[in-house]
Structures are given as C-alpha cells and as structure tokens.
Design a protein around this ligand. Sequence first.
Ligand code: HEM
Length: 163
Amino acid sequence: MDMTPWYTGSVHLHNGLRWLLLVLLVYGIFRHVMAWQQKKYYDIHDLKRNTWLMSTAHFMLVLGMFQWVVGPWGLKNIQNLGGMGAAMKDSVARFWAVEHLTGMFIAIILITIGRGFGKKGISDQMKHKKTFTFFIIALLVIIAVMPWPFRAGIGRPWFPGMH
Ligand code: HEM
C-alpha cells in the first residue's frame, strides 16, 4: 500500500491542528488568570473548552507518534545515521528524534493534568489558578520545541500546504 497520501495528510493535519490547540490554550490561559484574579466561577464552559483542548492535544500525539514511527524524521533518520549516538550529535536529527517529541509529550501531559483540576473537589479559585499555571508552562514548552519557520535547519511552514 502506498502510504504517501496518508503521510502527507497526517503532516498537514498535524501542522493545521496546532493552531486550534494554540488558540484554545492561549484563550484558556487568559480566561483562567482573569477568572482567578476576579474570583469568577469555574463553569461548564471552562471544562468543555479544556476538554476540546485536551482532545486536540491527544490527537496531535497520535499523529506525531505515527509520523515518528513511519516518517523520514523519526526512527528512520536515527537508523540511517547509524544509531542514537550519531543522531544526538546532529542538531537537526536531535530536534526531531528527541526534542520535539519529548517537549510536546511533556506539554500534552501538562494540558491533561491542567484540565483535570476542573474536575477536582477544590475551590473555583484553586481550579483557575492551577489550570492557569499548568497551561502557561505547557505553552512555553510548546513554543520552545515548535519547528517555527524562522528556525534554522528545522523550520517548517506556518500553515499546511505551504511546503
Ligand atoms: C502539542 C503537540 C504538537 C505540536 C503543536 C506539533 C507541531 C508540529 C509542527 C507544526 C510540525 C511541522 C509540520 C509540517 O511540516 O507542516 C510537526 C512535525 C512533526 N511532529 Fe509534531 N507537534 C506536536 C506533537 C508531536 C509529538 C508528540 C510527536 C511524536 C511523538 C511529533 C512528531 C512530529 C514529527 C515526526 C514531525 C515531522 C513530520 C515530517 O515532516 O515528516 N509531534 N509537529
């Protein structure tokens, strides 16, 4: 079976969905910090929005794992270079083999835990505060390991289809 269309589709989806993830995450950060400061309720919309955010993050993880295992930049690149030791010495290979995967994985866990505070038996203030804290760290990690177009060697287009 020719995997190429599936692979290209996966990369495009992975590229485009990060914007949905970023919008939901940044909006969530603003919402939770404002609500925490202004002592607002943690309402059903907060939990619903964060469930969308978490689901998008989990879907990104599935797409990313697929790409890492079958695509040219994960496992295959490590094998072609002769193993992990050699891949770690090459900054581009290291980014795709380790940094992007590990950083995004940590961010997805932080988003998952952050959303979970909305279901805990704690005060609404604590829900907003803890969710805000976990989300802002997740955002910083995502920004750090994103293949932004201006990054030398690893830069990828802003939007799908601009490859
Ligand atoms: C919040 C989570 C994530 C975000 C925002 C994200 C973002 C991106 C972006 C913007 C690209 C460039 C796509 C393109 O070339 O158009 C990319 C590529 C890639 N990502 Fe992720 N990613 C995430 C999670 C992951 C995870 C968890 C993995 C691995 C398990 C992963 C593996 C990959 C791989 C292998 C590529 C390169 C695909 C290729 O060009 O062949 N990503 N990612």
